[in-house]
Write a protein that binds this ligand. Structure first.
Ligand code: PEP
Ligand code: MG
Length: 861
């Protein structure tokens, strides 16, 4: 196939083949903009090069020499000709933007003779030798692997020895002296065609530099894409005071305001602007110095934005008063800017609502919901864990929930650092600005609870070792973080940083609300929230939830007074004793449910029957045991005995879910009574209660039948007594592989099915959800899995089980409502899958509701 394309042979849709930069250079050329001419070697050629074991295809040079001839003709200069030299820039260009990640070589085609020729032809020796010395150091660095600092160092030394301070103080002779020194450091090829060939190869190879690989990993860019090579005639911004280089944005990339925005350096090459050595002037400076050029730039940016229908980030050069465009691309922008630009462009009839929705990513949305760590701030990153709950937080380190409460009470923000968290830590988690744990995956207790509360959290930070006794957490590199030290967590990236890093506060905006209203208009999937407290439910409604998809009732018993009753209930030795405590728990349950029904007035509330790994509620350690013995008035030996008998090796696969209802039906009776009494109370108080009772961790239809009987009996009893009518539904969670495989048999017994993909993932993989934090990061790093399956639904296997369950159960019974309430319900890629699967709703933590609304719309437009 054709390996080389001239700039007039492609267009903006050729990104795959020509790379983003090349495709846009072609587009601008065909728009008639002043683009220095050139050619592109395709990404296919790059793959061919790798495939052949890093060898350039035999015919390639012949092919690009033909293109080169055409460029010479167009530019009226010749590559390698000292009397009329043409120089090239050689740059990488991937199909997906990877700014600054790969290699660039400028001023290619110079040697002693040609530099002298350039000096003579231009009558500007200083410019010629400045360009030459730049070329040598760049070529040596990028192509030959001689570190750039070596060259910098020589310039510094020379300046000191000769009383020069700035680059502008350097004359043509100074640069010639520098070049002589450079030549003792590096033996570079004098032949321009050899230079070109080596540069092309270096650009291909830069695809595999560690930073490029890292960038691709961070941004989910496929390794197989490869890069194109752009070979473009040089124009010079460093030619004199009537020359310059600049970058500009068609709108403000940090606020999104519609305001042309740019920077320029006179008598400077483009690299000087990017490198930030000299401070550029606002682009308006150009208006004063060269008004016609400014007008041309201004018209060009207007034209480009209209043409691309998106905010553009452009590079331009002026040589001796002539204007050239070197690059245009969709500009990177902050979350706020992304939303503002998308919404305003709809108002300007540039794009449709659907396109606006597609322009906003989950990361963009987070800026409206959580404080974000300033990306430009200097950060001292000492450890990295799993990004369990987004946002940034700073506070002083504490190592227990009790300390957290104390310090928070004193008005100081805290970061709660624990090996892992359990229900007992809730009171500390609630007051913490951020939570950091050594263990636990993305669906561990700490992660789920923090996400639910909208508190920043990092879990599975395995490089920490925590010493509670001395109050020290030590990183792998031996950095000690002590009780009282200030640290910052970035729950969006998983980074732990020393000190207080600046953050931008979260706040909504009118544009954001507009975008969300469009999302609602363009989506089919309903979005519910996982919530159990009235506060969380209210937050969920505020953020646009259309019901509660999962109320984890065990979370309602985490509070200090309640956990005691809960423990007493678990430790009960007789049914009678258990019933006594259940009665007390019932009151809490009923009051809570009433509040929930009130808040959710007219919206469905899915209440899951109790599903705790029982041992989570049991005492840990001897002190705890003693205290509990006293509280429940039992000898400590007894407490120890029962605790031991209930403790499990892998509680996440143990005595939980509907297994509790089977063993202790009285717990379910209590819950149903509480739920329905609360619903009746709500109805009497004028609210519309819509309870949906959900059975967890089911494996077969007999469990459902047995428990449904308990539920129906309890419901009827309450409704008969109260003489009110409450519409209610009974459904099941689908979270064991067996349940999904036997969905056709479960179907006749239920009105809804909700996929609990946390457990379903755990059981499909056989990875305990509490322990995955230890090895999932290695799995991802070693490419054994593409994503953490507890974050993004594994479509191949877990998704396949879901697909089968939906299609089989649909055949068995019409009208079942399908939902998902595992953590995947808030993950955009998983939401797309759920949309395609035809589910009715997704349910996620309140703070992810807006993201889910947008993702559901993105899946549908
Ligand atoms: C699940 O397993 O996906 C689920 C929602 O339930 P939990 O996380 O409470 O086990
Ligand atoms: Mg579950």
């Amino acid at each position: 196939a054709k390996r080389v394309y001239l700039f007039n042979e492609g267009n903006k849709d050729d990104r795959e083949l020509l790379g983003g930069k090349g495709a846009n250079l072609c587009e601008m050329t065909s728009m008639g903009l002043p683009v220095p001419f050139g050619f592109i070697i395709t990404t296919d050629t790059c793959r061919e090069y790798f495939h052949a074991g890093n060898k350039l295809p035999g015919l390639l040079e012949q092919e690009y020499r033909v293109a080169l001839d055409m460029v010479e003709k167009k530019m009226g200069a010749r590559f390698g000709d000292p009397s009329n030299p043409l120089l090239f820039s050689v740059r990488s260009g991937a199909p997906v933007s990877m700014p600054g990640m790969m290699n660039t070589i400028l001023n290619l085609g110079l040697n002693d003779e040609i530099a002298a020729g350039l000096a003579e032809k231009t009558g500007n020796a200083r410019f010629a030798y400045d360009s030459y010395r730049r070329f040598i150091s760049m070529f040596a660095d990028v192509v030959m692997g001689v570190p750039g600092e070596k060259f910098e160092h020589e310039i510094e030394q020379y300046k000191q020895a000769n009383g020069k301070e700035l680059d502008v103080d350097m004359t043509a002779e100074d640069w010639q002296a520098i070049i002589a020194i450079y030549k003792t450091i590096v033996d570079f090829p004098e032949d321009p065609f050899t230079q070109l060939k080596m540069a092309v190869e270096a650009v291909f190879q830069s695809w595999h530099t560690p930073r490029a690989i890292f960038y691709r990993e961070m941004n989910n860019i496929a390794d197989t894409l490869g890069t194109a090579v752009n070979v473009q005639a040089m124009v010079f911004g460093n030619f004199g005071e009537d020359s310059g280089s600049g970058v500009a944005f068609t709108r403000n990339p940090s606020t999104g305001e519609r305001q042309f925005f740019g920077e320029i350096l006179f008598n400077a090459a483009g690299e000087d602007v990017v490198a930030g050595i000299r401070t550029p002037l606002p682009v308006e400076a150009l208006k004063e110095r060269m008004p016609e050029v400014y007008d041309e730039l201004y018209r060009t940016q207007e034209l480009l934005e209209k043409h691309y229908r998106d905010m553009q980030d452009m590079e331009f050069t002026i040589q001796q008063g002539r204007f050239y465009m070197l690059q245009t691309r969709s500009g990177k922008r902050t979350g706020r800017a992304a939303v503002k630009i998308a919404v305003e462009m709809v108002g300007e009839n540039l794009i449709t609502e659907g396109e606006a929705l597609m322009r906003v990513s989950p990361e963009h949305v987070e800026a409206f919901l959580h404080p974000t760590v300033d990306p430009r701030a200097k950060k001292d990153i000492v450890a990295t864990g799993l990004p369990a709950s987004p946002g940034g937080a700073t506070g002083e380190i504490v190592f227990s929930a009790e300390e957290a409460e104390e310090v928070a009470k004193a008005g100081r923000p805290v970061i709660l650092v624990r090996r892992e968290t359990t229900p007992e830590d809730i009171h500390g988690m609630k007051v913490a600005a951020g939570i950091l744990t050594e263990l636990g995956g993305m669906t561990s207790h700490a992660a789920v609870v923090a996400r639910g509360m909208g508190v920043c959290a990092i879990t599975g930070c395995g490089s920490l070792s925590i010493n509670y006794a001395d109050g020290i957490a030590t990183t792998e590199d031996g950095v000690e973080m002590k009780r009282g030290d200030t640290i910052t967590l970035d729950g969006t990236s998983g980074e732990v940083m020393l000190g207080d890093i600046p953050k931008a506060e979260a706040s909504s905006s009118d544009d954001f609300q507009t975008l969300l209203s469009w999302a609602d208009k363009h989506r089919r999937l309903k979005v519910r929230a996982n919530a159990e407290t009235p506060e969380d439910a209210a937050k969920a409604i505020e953020l646009g939830a259309e019901g509660i998809g999962l109320c984890r009732t065990e979370h309602m018993f985490f509070e200090a007074e309640r956990i005691e009753k809960m423990r007493a209930m678990i430790l009960s030795e007789t049914k009678k004793e258990r019933k006594k405590y259940l009665k007390e728990l019932r009151k809490f349950q009923r009051d809570d449910m009433f509040e929930l029904f009130k808040v959710m007035d007219g919206l469905p509330v899915t209440i899951r029957l109790l599903d705790p790994p029982l041992h989570e509620f049991l005492p840990h350690g001897e002190d705890d045991m003693q205290a509990l013995a006293k509280a429940v008035d039992k000898p400590v030996e007894k407490v120890r005995e029962i605790t031991e008998s209930l403790s499990e090796v892998n509680p996440m696969l143990g005595f939980r879910g509907c297994r509790l209802s089977i063993m202790y039906p009285e717990i379910t009776e209590m819950q149903v009574q509480a739920i329905m009494s609360a619903a009746a109370d709500a109805v009497e108080a004028g609210y519309k209660a819509m309870p949906e009772i959900m059975i967890p961790l089911v494996v077969n239809v007999r469990e459902i039948r047995m428990i449904t009987e308990i539920i129906d009996k309890g419901v009827q009893k309450v409704l008969r007594e109260r003489l009110v009518s409450v519409p209610y539904k009974v459904g099941t969670m689908m979270e064991t592989p067996r349940a999904t495989l036997g969905a056709d048999r479960l179907a006749p017994e239920v009105e809804f099915m909700s996929f609990g993909t946390n457990d379903l993932t755990q059981m499909t993989y056989g990875f305990s959800r509490d322990d995955v934090g230890k090895f999932i990061p290695s799995y991802i790093e070693k490419k054994l899995v593409e994503d953490d399956p507890f974050v993004t639904l594994d479509q191949r296997a877990v998704g396949r089980l879901m697909e089968m369950a939906v299609s089989e159960s649909r055949k068995a019974k019409k009208g079942i409502k399908y939902g998902i309430c595992g953590e995947h319900g808030g993950d955009p890629r998983s939401i797309r899958f759920c949309h395609n699967l035809g589910l009715d709703y997704v349910s996620c933590s309140p703070f992810r509701v807006p993201i889910a609304r947008i993702a559901a719309a993105q899946a549908h437009v």
